[in-house]
Write a protein that binds this ligand. Structure first.
Ligand code: 4NP
Length: 145
């Protein structure tokens, strides 16, 4: 799961999907990263930690990472939150196989960045949680393969 800072949106997607993976008894590895490097090593934004906690998902132990080209070799799918993340990740792709791994997290539109708007954490949580539930079903049926 990839966003810009890896402190607001992608930690939520990471935490929620990992939670559902455990609930479904799956053995998938779920991680997250940011295309920007400002927050490397930082815990998620306290507003993301708080909204996730409210719904029983603990993301407090996550630490921000910077998206690296080697991630194309480590993961089967790379889900990005918005168009800029999409362009930035694609710019690191080495070949068609790398490019094919990069998907918009939402089927339509983007996950808006809540960083500068306190009121957006709740709706962003809901948007991400709904899509994570769908993703479990899609990936289980190998929708993308
Ligand atoms: P995120 O939100 O991409 O959802 O983690 C942001 C967090 C920090 C910044 C931008 C977006 N920032 O500019 O520091």
């Amino acid at each position: 799961m990839v966003c810009l800072g890896n402190i607001c949106r992608s930690p939520l997607a990471h935490g929620i999907l990992a939670h559902l993976v455990r609930e479904n008894g799956l053995d998938w590895i779920v991680e997250s990263a940011g295309t920007g490097d400002w927050h490397i090593g930082h815990a998620p934004d306290r507003r993301s930690v708080s909204v996730a906690k409210k719904y029983g998902v603990d993301i407090s132990a996550q630490r921000a990472r910077h998206f690296a080209q080697t991630f194309f070799d480590q993961y089967d799918y790379i889900f990005v939150m918005d168009d800029k993340n999409y362009r930035d990740v694609l710019s690191l792709a080495r070949h068609e196989a790398d490019r094919n791994k990069v998907k918009m997290f939402l089927l339509e539109g983007i996950v808006p960045d809540p960083y500068f708007d306190e009121t957006q954490f709740e709706p962003v949580y809901q948007l991400i949680a709904d899509r994570c539930q769908e993703l479990i079903d899609e990936l289980k049926s190998e929708h993308y393969r």
